[in-house]
Design a protein around this ligand. Structure first.
Ligand code: NAD
Length: 447
């Protein structure tokens, strides 16, 4: 059991901190956002993540998990300091490490004994070395710290399960002592025989980018195949299923849709192209993945325009705002692009999401947010489904039609059966599945 400070209580920090406490460690979660800490102290989660509240409550009650805004106290009272801080895209797409180095400055100022400093944030390859150099330059002696890279692979929406039962734990370290401490922290995972990949820091940092870029590649790949399927009268869902039955390919991340979003794939793919650029290389595949994804989001709007060419003063219902189900995260969500494009053409939006409306309000305060899925369709000239929340799957198609002014449905998550919906009189489009008389989409090459 180790004493841990988790810096940052966002999606990664809160889940990791709670999970590490559940593994038996004593964890103090610290954030500069006083509002988040105030909520946590009152048993309110600042994010939506299934199963997390129960785990937080259990570990707080058992005295292993606490929350504070006091960075100095948390750092001084811990042996291991995890950095679960934002690493957004910088102005040129490179990873912005300012949050990480602000925290490292704080550590340099208050360090009072040996600490293992662990980057859980996704950071550029070489950041571990830079943290070390930075601390040395601030006068912290070499014996006072080790730097470790321990990238996180959890997925929002299933983060608790992913953290508690990971496919692997990656630990990049140049120090045996730090490696042993890290292994002890994760000791509970030995019981379920989780592979631990112990490697150097650069390799650990690279594993995270390579993994995310590969998953993003699968998504852009199947979206590209979907677009071709539409033109050659093939069905992408059957194609993906058959591909996925091949063990070398696997069926994961082969769902055609409106493009990937979220806080990781968009920024991490971009950052990887910048890492390559920085060493005189061109990440050709990753650049293509990013471009396919940009076009895929716009393609949703093309599909709408093909069925409803003039959006001026038209009411467009949007079902689903989060970048995927079971999260309230809208960072880089396809909904952002789709809403922006519709508004730019004079359309009006009424939107619903079970969890993400507060987050979306920060981007679009003036669109209409409604209280339930069926309210989205009332008097709508078209309906677009952007997130496949379970509650949308079972909706009554006759009732939807009765509420809408104009039965146009763009099903970007392929949740409805095209034939059934079209038999009911909808003008319908989806992604990559066969439909009769698909409206011709023009202009997609020019964007
Ligand atoms: P987030 O924005 O949700 O949370 C980051 C938190 O850090 C915020 O609450 C912020 O207030 C806090 N913070 C900023 N500066 C601080 C400081 N000096 N001291 C203490 N707290 C501070 O971010 P996130 O989604 O949890 O991502 C964190 C990192 O993990 C990123 O590098 C991300 O790429 C990576 N990651 C994210 C996911 C994911 O699904 N979200 C998955 C794997 C890895």
């Amino acid at each position: 059991m180790r004493k841990i400070a988790m810096l940052g209580v966002g999606y990664v920090g809160l889940v990791s901190g709670t999970g590490l406490a559940d593994f038996g460690n004593e964890v103090i979660c610290v954030d500069i956002d006083a509002e988040k800490i105030r909520k946590l102290k009152q048993d309110v989660l600042p994010i939506y993540e299934p199963g997390l509240l129960e785990l937080v409550q259990k570990n707080v009650a058992q005295g292993r998990l606490s929350f504070t805004t006091d960075l100095k106290h948390s750092i001084q009272n811990s042996e291991v300091i995890f950095l679960a801080l934002p690493t957004p895209s910088g102005p040129k797409g490179e990873v912005d490490l300012s949050y990480v180095f602000n925290a490292v400055d704080t550590i340099a100022r208050v360090i009072n004994g040996f600490k293992v400093i662990v980057t859980k944030s996704t950071v550029a390859v070489g950041t571990g070395d830079k943290i070390r150099d930075h601390l040395l330059a601030q006068g912290v002696s070499e014996e006072m710290f080790d730097v470790v890279s321990n990238p996180e692979f959890l997925r929002e929406g299933s983060a608790v399960g992913d953290f508690m039962r990971p496919d692997r734990v990656v630990i990049g370290s140049r120090s045996e002592k730090a490696l042993e401490i890290m292994k002890e922290i994760y000791r509970s995972l030995y019981l379920i025989e989780t592979p631990i990949v112990a490697t150097d820091i650069h390799t650990a940092e690279m594993i995270k980018y390579a993994s995310n870029a590969f998953l993003a590649t699968k998504i852009s790949f199947i979206n590209e195949i979907a677009n071709i399927c539409e033109k050659v009268d093939a069905d992408v869902q059957v194609v993906a299923k058959a591909m996925g039955l091949d063990g070398r390919i696997s069926n994961k991340f082969l769902h055609a849709g409106p493009g990937f979003g979220g806080s990781c794939f968009p920024k991490d793919t971009l950052a990887l192209t910048k890492i390559a650029e920085g060493v005189g290389l061109h990440a050709t595949i990753v650049e293509a993945v990013i471009e396919v994804n940009r076009l895929q989001k716009l393609r949703v709007v093309d599909k709408l325009l093909a069925l409803l060419p003039d959006l001026k003063d038209k009411v467009i219902g949007i079902l689903g705002l989060a970048f995927k189900p079971n999260t309230d995260d809208v960072r880089d969500a396809p909904a952002l692009t789709v809403i922006e494009e519709i508004l730019a053409r004079g359309g009006r939006i009424q939107a619903y999401d079970p969890e993400a409306m507060d987050e979306m309000r920060k981007h679009f305060p003036d669109i209409k947010y409604v209280a339930s899925s069926y309210d989205v369709m009332k008097e709508a000239d078209a309906l677009i489904i952007l997130t496949e929340w379970n509650e949308f799957r079972g909706m009554n198609i006759d009732y939807i039609k009765s509420l809408m002014k104009n039965p146009i449905l763009i099903d970007t998550r392929n949740i409805f059966d095209p034939e059934t919906v079209m038999e009911k009189g909808f003008r319908y489009d989806c992604i990559g599945r066969k439909i009769e008389n698909r409206a011709r989409i023009t202009g997609e090459q020019k964007r």
